[in-house]
Design a protein around this ligand. Sequence first.
Ligand code: CAA
Length: 271
Amino acid sequence: MGLGIAYVAANVTRLPVVLMDINQAQTEKGMQFFDKLLAKDVAKNKITAEHAKVTRELVSTTNSLSDMSDVDFVVEAASENLNIKSAIFRDLDQVCKPDSILATNTSSISITKIAGVTKRSQQVIGMHFMNPVPVMKLVEIIPGLATTPEVLKQTVDLATAMGKTCTVVQDIPGFVANRLLMPYINEAIMLLESGAASAEDIDTTMKLGANMPMGPLTLADFIGLDTCLAIIKVLHNDTGDSKYRPAFLLQKYVDAGWMGKKNGKGFFTYK
Ligand code: CAA
């Protein structure tokens, strides 16, 4: 998702972007996909070759967090894991200049909790993009307990400049998007687990019976089953409400390494 965010920031907003990953192979792979996206947009006459050239020049990559010392705005998009995000925010707080804003693209973890590991919780905010970022129009903006109105405004302005529509959501488990989406997906998996219907029939029911563009099991495969499990676990743990208990079958698929579309096997099979 970090790559998609970088793409929109450079290609739409025309901002200089530093794309950071601890792994060099990941930044290289990311930039290959970046170039593919640019080439596709040029081929479809969405942008000119000159626009693509400038976009490309706006992006630099790094594998060292110390290169973030001069940036104005950070959007962290690491795995949906509190320990990983906390470690990153602790480091960012040390490295980044005092007035930079630190946003997290978490899809469910408490912003207040992440902000709490820094000494600048008033400048920490949630910026929940949807995947794939260049295609999906929504960004949920989530102020933490200490986030100032000025930081909220700057974040909404940035997301709007990226061509996105913002909603502002309180810092509750799952925010709004995943508070609605994950119980829906989890329930579909429980239906499959109970043998109530086949995966195909569950998805067809929602596509043809409720006008959903894709069924819940296909959508889970697209999001990634490990991500779905991580989010539903946050809902379950943070609310203490048994209605969010993860489906056993979801846990089993993740244990088996069946993560969905990204590795070819989830509720459906992908080439
Ligand atoms: N990155 C950038 N662009 C992408 C992309 C990607 N990973 N995947 C597809 N696209 C672009 C294509 O380039 C294409 O662009 P153009 O219109 O310029 O040609 C466009 O999307 C449509 O692609 P395709 O023609 O290949 O069509 P598709 O049938 O494969 O549809 C899709 C692509 C619209 C993204 C479709 O797969 C889809 O609807 N996926 C589900 C999206 C969704 O619901 N996302 C929300 C998930 S929930 C979430 O993110 C929140 C959370 O916290 C879990």
